[in-house]
Design a protein around this ligand. Structure first.
Ligand SMILES: CC(C)(COP(=O)(O)OP(=O)(O)OC[C@H]1O[C@@H](n2cnc3c(N)ncnc32)[C@H](O)[C@@H]1OP(=O)(O)O)[C@@H](O)C(=O)NCCC(=O)NCCS
Length: 209
């Protein structure tokens, strides 16, 4: 789920050392596959299940607008994780974007169905997408857009070497108060991630006696 209990601000993250990232494998019983005909509905199921959209139809419309414009890229770059029953339970894509005024690759629309979260599915997808980025010969820059509500995902992106974009307002970014809002956003995100890391450390400490 997105954590809508904190203020919403959109943010960007960038990564320049695109060949340097951790390797995560899927847990047993799961498999990564590319988009196939019909998966647009499965994509909408996943996105709606994490409350990225208010309705299933909104998610379906986003797929149409974002991905159907270049359908030939879908099988290779719009990825899904299937569970043991063949159900699509997570998704993430390598897609193009132009927020910085020129076309770059980005990590796009990442989500795992709530009942499958915390099993390492998105970490494995991230390893696969960065492999793909390199296999396709893209240059040393990749980025993503996300939001304060997705600090859990941001924690994962950080582990893959994505860093907060702090700088001038990107050319294609709608926020007249970018500088101020961006700093506020990263303060909120850092607080949430620190809280999580502290709790994890405390649990570990208690487990080790
Ligand atoms: C964020 C999300 C994609 C993660 O998917 P997942 O398959 O459960 O992720 P994984 O199991 O591979 O990774 C778990 C990691 O999430 C991060 N995480 C989980 N809960 C967290 C929390 N409360 N605070 C901070 N980080 C958290 C941690 O980095 C954790 O790994 P770690 O404990 O080793 O550090 C999933 O929770 C989701 O779909 N969220 C809603 C949609 C969303 O925000 N998408 C991103 C849009 S850009």
């Amino acid at each position: 789920m997105l954590d809508k209990s904190i203020p919403f601000f959109p943010v960007l993250m960038v990564k320049r050392d695109t060949k340097n990232y951790p390797r995560f494998e899927l847990p047993v019983g799961y498999a990564i596959t590319g988009y196939r005909e019909g998966f647009e509905n499965r994509w909408a199921d996943i996105i709606y299940s994490v409350e990225h959209t208010d309705t299933w139809q909104q998610a379906r419309d986003i797929f149409e607008k974002e991905f159907m414009s270049v359908p030939e890229l879908l099988p290779g770059q719009c990825l899904f994780v299937l569970d043991g029953k063949g159900e699509a339970v997570a998704t993430a894509s390598l897609w193009h974007g132009d927020h910085f005024g020129e076309t770059h690759q980005r990590i796009h629309w990442v989500a795992t169905r709530p009942e499958h979260q915390g099993r390492g599915l998105v970490k494995a997808l991230m390893t696969r997408l960065l492999d793909l980025h390199n296999e396709l010969g893209y240059k040393d820059f990749i980025y993503l857009t996300t939001q304060t509500w997705s600090y859990k995902a941001i924690n994962i992106y950080s582990q893959f070497g994505f860093v907060p974009y702090i700088g001038e307002k990107p050319v294609n970014w709608k926020d007249e108060n970018f500088d101020k809002n961006n700093r506020l956003a990263w303060k909120l995100i850092d607080e949430k991630i620190s809280e999580y890391r502290q709790k994890k450390q405390e649990t570990k400490r208690l487990q080790n006696g």
